[in-house]
Ligand binder design. Sequence first.
Ligand SMILES: Nc1ncnc2c1ncn2[C@@H]1O[C@H](COP(=O)(O)OP(=O)(O)OP(=O)(O)O)[C@@H](O)[C@H]1O
Ligand SMILES: [Mg+2]
Length: 327
Amino acid sequence: MKKILNELKQLHVAGFDAGKIFSGKKSNRMVSGFNSPSSFTPEVNPEYLFHDSSRDAVVWFMNSSDPLYVFGPAGSGKTSLIKQLAAKLNYPVFDITGHGRLEFPDIVGHLTVEDSNMSFQYGPLALAMKFGGLFLLNEIDLLDPAAAAGLNGILDGAPLCISENGGEVIKPHPLFRFAATANTNGGTDETGLYQGTLRQNLAFMDRFWLCEIGYPSPKAERELLHRKAPGLPKDVRTKMVEYANEVRKLFMGHADGSFRDTIEVTFSTRTLIRWADLTVRFQPLARQGIQPVNYALDRALGYRATPETRTVLHELAQRIFPQETKE
Ligand SMILES: Nc1ncnc2c1ncn2[C@@H]1O[C@H](COP(=O)(O)OP(=O)(O)OP(=O)(O)O)[C@@H](O)[C@H]1O
Ligand SMILES: [Mg+2]
């Protein structure tokens, strides 16, 4: 713990040109970050694609007075977006994933024995508040709403009082940021897909700036596959994105609100990347007469579906990839 604390103490607030950081073009608008990365700063992923949905989060990093609540479908890129933006500004990120039994000591810290002495081990929230940095609470809608509402004071900017550490009072560092991600908007999960999520307390939700992250546009997803699976022919990547969007349409139901012929699985960006990646890996199977596109599709998504849906998925693949799925 001492090593960690010493490292974090070395960090200083630094100003950057926002345009240069976020779009590569000088803008003369400043954004604050840290002078250097630390072992808590996420690695910059050179393949990461900042698309239109990133806009709100960028603005938040520039003027973040309120905590941020990012919601959207599974695997759409919520956590990675926040971490990649944080990486650009050298923010240390202290993250934790919510669950029904998460309690205050898990995020604030607890007493422990170190070198035969009792000492206080700071948790992720305490570290972010004390030294500056981003506290990232993933899957916040899995928290028990009563426990979550215990964070209201912190969300309002109040200091953190740690009675177990001799009554230490931690005033929030000027670069303390609080961001949460979730699959629901903190209200009811109308889809019934996100089992375990809980409707959050209204006053708790009222404290957040909300940001919705949907799936990237087809253009952005084509570019993403180009970066992640350059070995795949361009037309296959293009068809994969088209296919993913067709599956999303089948999943969403019809404009008239009916659910006839709909399916129960959908394509996240995560699944799309996995499909492209597996297709490359299974390429050698083509020599044995196995179609890599279809084979990888089952392993990326199809096996999660009912047998009826798998038939629908294979028929759709035959329509969109007539060459690659020819028996
Ligand atoms: N714009 C992007 N550029 C590069 N990779 C991306 C992008 N969006 C998503 N990914 C990749 O897709 C995967 C899923 O992203 P991430 O974990 O951020 O999704 P999420 O929305 O937080 O998912 P969940 O709802 O399950 O928490 C990751 O491997 C991530 O790197
Ligand atoms: Mg996530």
